[in-house]
Design a protein around this ligand. Structure first.
Ligand code: HEM
Length: 169
């Protein structure tokens, strides 16, 4: 049976901590920042850090058809990386995942204020965990559009961190 869920998660009463998105983005990049004397990671409102060091983003809105595996899931929050005395500054806020046929893309608003589809997701069908649809530890890859965000150090298809997403079923 087709299951088409469209819902905004609006009020504080509807915020659930068993749904959302958890992603380390790119472990070696986080390590690179941590290795700088002035390296810093700022966690913006809507985000937190999970016990295993992933960045968590709050679910804001979802519109997902579990039969065609298409739709958009929107999250709130952000992470800002800085270092090299201000020469490195990358913020990734309010990530969205757009599921299209056979693929999915992660976008985020960058410091320049534009939304960039910087990662691709090897999105298979979600698992069902009680009343939650879950994608767990799904491989992600940089897109060529995302290369400049990381100073063109990584090229397109560079593996990024595994992604976990949970939305209400
Ligand atoms: C003053 C400017 C910069 C200097 C001197 C610099 C220097 C370096 C050095 C020496 C490395 C190798 C580090 C290692 O292997 O541990 C590196 C890696 C890297 N840099 Fe920079 N960098 C600069 C600016 C930037 C900027 C603006 C970005 C944009 C985000 C950036 C992104 C990266 C990335 C993604 C890596 C690879 C990290 C990894 O996965 O190991 N860098 N950089």
């Amino acid at each position: 049976m087709a299951m088409n869920t469209t819902r905004a998660v609006e009020t504080s009463e509807t915020i659930r901590d068993d749904v959302g998105m958890a992603w380390r983005i790119k472990a070696s990049f986080v390590k690179y920042i941590a290795g700088m004397n002035d390296g810093a990671v700022r966690i913006l409102p809507g985000s937190s850090v999970t016990p295993n060091g992933e960045y968590y983003f709050t679910l804001e809105h979802y519109d997902f058809d579990s039969e065609t595996l298409t739709g958009v899931v929107k999250f709130r929050g952000g992470v800002e990386f800085s270092g090299h005395f201000g020469m490195l500054n990358l913020s990734l806020t309010d990530p969205w995942i757009s599921f299209r046929e056979g693929t999915a893309l992660i976008s985020a608003v960058t410091g320049a204020g534009e939304r960039v589809e910087f990662c691709a997701v090897a999105a298979a069908a979600p698992l069902i965990d009680g009343d939650v649809l879950m994608w767990r530890d799904i491989p992600t890859f940089l897109t060529s559009v995302g290369e400049p965000l990381f100073n063109n150090v990584y090229r397109g298809n560079e593996p990024f961190a595994p992604l976990t997403v949970r939305i209400p079923a």
